[in-house]
Design a protein around this ligand. Structure first.
Ligand SMILES: *Cc1c(COP(=O)(O)O)cnc(C)c1O
Length: 960
């Protein structure tokens, strides 16, 4: 019988697109792992006590067209006004060659953090350009490769000041009162937990205080360009650290803060070609003096060399980072806006020094014209200096705002007795004429042309002593790619050096490198989501509010919590936000003394780093020899902490990739001593639809939307780390100083610069959930578990598997132990990782959570064909190890220790290795059909750290 129309219309196609294996492949894999069905596998794997049979209640899956169609109706409820709000966010023309070939290109957006530098030289180069651009514009010699946003970068500057200031007795961090309000909010919140005193006062008042550091804004939030030289010197004379938050475009014209003596310069790179996106994502920049390199937050890209002696890029000084230094880390920053830093650096490459100067000059000229025109009509301006922002003093705010609204324009309205106007790259002369109408009413008789003649004759709006007289962006890279053809090819050449998901599986454990579906990505570029200022009135952002509200209600169902706080911009920021909620909850009950945070030894490094930021004392709980939390030790440590127990941070399934049987008991023990349970949600891909943190008994979790909920990793960010909380913690989550929602928590301090974090990437997770629905979400979890168990079972023939749980099952990932094989062969986990590159694979997670191991997570999106290809490569690598074990190859001369192999290797005139060139680069048939070439040989980590070099190299350095 043929199908009815109704049956033909049942289109759950997206589930089948998102999930890699076909029905037949599922059946085949079930047979291999020895389970009758997916349900049977789950029953064998997940402790019965936490299995939840209730449907999620999200509803039926929607097709791509249905989901996009509905989301468009929400987007249409956002009003895209011209933004003159400023406050660190400006409209920008995203060069379309960058929009299409970077932002919208999976070759760029699906990559991971460049932990395997030999197959990541492209994005490492783009990030090095970002550092160079930062150095040039700030006038400081050392820059890092991007932070989460300007406000958190300022908080990191404060933490750096505390570490390096020689004024150890001072406890005050001074903030000039004309710093952006959201920055003051975030820094004050951070200071409270570090136990620092914050003093907010007029900049000049810094002389009255004994400070370990101070923060100024340049130009100020109301637009004034102040000569900071004397104030900086004043701070430094008391051994304080002078920090300056600067506007990146203004720095093209203004004297660099570094030249004024600043110790730290930071800011938002958004207006360099990244949409405002209702708050993000965009990258913050951060620069300091060379002597503070060991205190710098975030990553630094450094130039090292490979085994052929060629320059090669890598992330330098990893030992500063949280994954090694744990509670002694400089910051908890892990995921950090790499894609957006790359976009901004490409923007600088595309425009070059002259193009940027033209843009900055034009914005400044239009501002001069606006200011001169208003002044000629007797309008009072708050300052007599400006770059792109003026503050108009007026008794008539309401009338002006009403005219602005009628013309579809937003002014800055939060200043007493004044209105702010910030111009941007997108402002035209027509816009300035319209601004005259807005401020003066029609019939003012001003002409842009005649005002221009006056402005061109010269104004003092930039004080003579603060005009930049040093060159910027002199490096060749910023002076070579100014035609679109050249730019297109430069972007593509870099892309080709990197292994991203559009080439093959990236089995990084704990990172959940699943499909980032095109339909999920499309709405990110819609102007109704992209071109909205984060502080636009809520009445103009109704579409966003509805989309976020729906996403929150779905996440509530998925997590089993009662409320979601969407603000944190990464998982680690979510940890910080969640711990603050716990802390404030205890304080509200008169138990502010509870400050001990229990963390299992297997935890991700961000956990102890976040606990330290929340000023908690970390007590490590041991794991037993099966990798589970040692219950005896947990009870002992909890009891010892007693009435000082604040919480436990536990990851579930554990970072060892197993469902611990007694997770409920863990929660009960901690609750029994009055503590709270923070469940790190990075492994939610093994929970969605089958259990949930709330169901298990936890109080708060972050969700890595860039792991479980399909936001791409962008080469190391963006990400989103919203937290879910039980009702009792809801009043204690982050609020925001500028945007007040109707939530009970609205007056709390902020953890991010923008009220809804990186709002413009939330549609990705919205689409993901909408298109999978109850059925697809659950099936995704089941398939993630099946794929991992199939892979584990297949590899177990050749490799020791470190930990398994009940019935010898793993959760959604598994750890292969290379240590015993290193004993017998001398081959290390690093050699295996690099040899995988020769097969066209990205390595699994190396040496986390256990040194000497590889953690593999295939995700539900990989088909059996791809997983088999990976298994085959791993088996062949094991066979190669056996040849070293048997002595057929020496430990010094075999394809494992020389991996990865490059084109230069096979083109060498001499080849005197004990294996063939063919085996080196074509180790299997399918590699021959489609070869990924690492562009450098193995990189020397030690050399790179000893000879830290973090700027662009002269081009000759790459030549022979
Ligand atoms: C990825 C991860 C984090 C940190 O998340 P970011 O978004 O990178 O800050 C924390 N815990 C675990 C277990 C993780 O895997």
């Amino acid at each position: 019988m043929t199908q009815s129309l109704f049956e033909l219309e049942q289109n759950n196609a997206f589930i089948g697109r998102h999930i890699g294996p076909s029905e037949q492949e599922v059946a085949d894999m079930l047979a291999v792992v020895g389970a009758d069905s997916l349900d049977d596998l789950i029953k064998q794997t997940v402790p019965a006590s936490i299995l939840n049979d209730q449907p999620l209640g999200i509803g039926a899956p929607r097709t791509e067209q249905e989901a996009l169609g509905y989301l468009k109706t929400l987007a249409d409820q956002n009003k895209v006004f011209k933004s003159y709000i400023g406050m660190g966010y400006h409209d920008t023309h995203v060069p379309l060659v960058i929009q299409r070939n970077v932002l919208e290109n999976p070759g760029w957006y699906t990559a991971y953090t460049p932990y395997q530098p030999e197959i990541a030289q492209g994005r490492l180069e783009a990030l090095l350009n970002f550092q160079q651009m930062t150095q040039d514009l700030t006038g400081l010699p050392l820059a890092s490769a991007s932070l989460l946003d300007e406000a958190t970068a300022a908080a990191e500057a404060m933490a750096l000041a505390r570490r390096v200031s020689k004024n150890k007795k001072a406890n005050i961090f001074f903030i000039a009162d004309d710093v952006h309000p959201q920055t003051i909010d975030v820094v004050s919140e951070r200071a409270e937990h570090y136990g620092f005193d914050i003093k907010v006062a007029p900049a000049e008042a810094v002389v009255e205080h004994d400070v370990f550091g101070a923060l100024f804004q340049y130009p100020s939030t109301t637009g004034q360009i102040r000569d900071l030289k004397a104030l900086i010197a004043q701070v430094q004379s008391g051994k304080g650290i002078a920090c300056v938050a600067a506007d990146i475009l203004s720095l093209v014209l203004l004297k660099a803060p570094g030249e004024l003596g600043a110790d730290v310069v930071l800011g938002n790179a958004q207006r360099f070609g990244v949409p405002m996106g209702y708050g993000g994502p965009h990258a913050a920049f951060f620069a300091t003096r060379d002597e503070h390199k060991r205190s710098l937050p975030g990553r630094i890209i450094g130039v090292s060399k490979d085994t052929r002696g060629r320059p090669a890029l890598r992330m330098a000084m990893q030992t500063r980072e949280q994954h090694i230094r744990r509670e002694k880390a400089n910051s908890n920053i892990c995921t950090a806006q790499v894609l957006l830093a790359n976009m901004s650096s490409f923007y600088a490459v595309y425009h070059g020094p002259e193009g940027l100067k033209r843009i900055a000059d034009r914005v400044h000229r239009l501002t001069d014209i606006l200011a001169l025109g208003l002044q000629s009509k007797g309008v009072a301006l708050k300052h007599d200096t400006w770059f792109d922002t003026i503050t108009v003093e007026t008794a008539d705010k309401d009338a002006i705002l009403a005219r602005a609204e009628a013309k579809g324009a937003n002014l800055r309205s939060d200043l007493a007795g004044a209105l702010g106007v910030s111009l941007s790259e997108t402002t035209t002369r027509g816009d300035v004429a319209e601004l005259f109408d807005i401020f003066l009413g029609e019939g003012h008789g001003l002409s842009v042309d005649s005002l221009d003649a006056k402005a061109a004759a010269g104004t003092a709006s930039i004080p003579a002593g603060l005009v930049r007289d040093t060159a910027i962006l002199e490096h060749e890279v910023f002076n070579s790619y100014h035609s679109e053809t050249e730019m297109l090819r430069y972007i593509h050449k870099l892309e080709m050096k990197d292994l991203a998901l559009n080439y093959g599986m990236i089995s990084l454990g704990s990172c959940t490198m699943k499909l980032n579906a095109t339909a999920e990505m499309v709405p990110v570029s819609w102007p109704e989501f992209a071109r909205i200022h984060p502080f636009a009135p809520l009445s103009q952002t109704q579409g966003y509010q509805k989309m976020i509200g729906e996403l929150e209600s779905w996440l509530v169902k998925i997590t089993g919590y009662d409320a979601i706080c969407i603000q944190p911009n990464s998982g680690a920021q979510g940890e910080y936000a969640g711990l603050l909620a716990i802390k404030k909850y205890h304080e509200s009950r008169g138990e502010g003394h509870r400050d001990i945070c229990l963390i299992p030894s297997s935890a991700h490094g961000t956990n102890p780093a976040s606990a330290q930021m929340a000023n908690m004392k970390v007590v490590v709980v041991a794991c037993d020899k099966r990798g589970n939390i040692d219950m005896v030790d947990l009870k002992a440590k909890a009891e010892e902490a007693g009435e000082n127990l604040s919480c436990i941070m536990a990851t579930y399934p554990s970072t060892h990739g197993v469902y611990e049987e007694n997770i409920r008991e863990v929660c009960e023990i901690v609750h029994g001593f009055g503590g709270q349970v923070y469940m790190d949600g990075a492994n939610m891909n093994a929970q969605v639809g089958i259990t949930s943190p709330g169901f298990i008994g936890s109080d708060v979790s972050h969700l890595n939307l860039h792991k479980t909920f399909a936001i791409p990793h962008g080469g190391g960010g963006p990400g989103m780390g919203p937290i879910g909380v039980k009702a009792h913690l809801a009043p204690f989550v982050a609020g925001h100083a500028v945007v007040k929602t109707d939530k009970e928590s609205r007056n709390n301090g902020a953890v991010s610069a923008a009220p809804f974090g990186s709002a413009s990437i939330l549609p990705i997770s919205w689409m993901y959930i909408a298109m999978l629905g109850d059925e697809g979400l659950k099936r995704s979890t089941q398939l993630a578990i099946l794929n991992a168990n199939y892979l584990m079972r297949s590899l177990a023939e050749d490799y020791p598997i470190l930990y398994t749980g009940r019935n010898d099952r793993v959760a959604h990932e598994c750890i292969v132990d290379i240590r015993p094989l290193k004993e017998t062969s001398g081959i290390s986990e690093m050699d295996v990782a690099k040899r995988l590159n020769d097969f066209g694979f990205h390595a699994p997670t190396m040496s986390f959570p256990v040194a000497g191991t590889l953690m593999i997570e295939p995700t539900e999106s990989e088909s059996k064909v791809e997983i088999d290809r990976f298994i085959h490569a791993m088996k062949q690598i094991r066979a190669e190890m056996r040849k070293v074990e048997s002595g057929e190859w020496t430990l010094e001369d075999n394809p494992l220790v020389h991996a990865p192999h490059t084109q230069d290797d096979v083109m060498d005139s001499e080849w005197n290795r004990s294996y063939s060139r063919e085996l080196a680069v074509f180790p299997s048939e399918d590699v021959r059909r489609s070869k990924f070439w690492p562009t450098v040989n193995r990189i020397d980590d030690v050399y790179g750290d000893r000879n830290l070099f973090c700027s662009c190299l002269p081009t000759e350095a790459y030549g022979e």
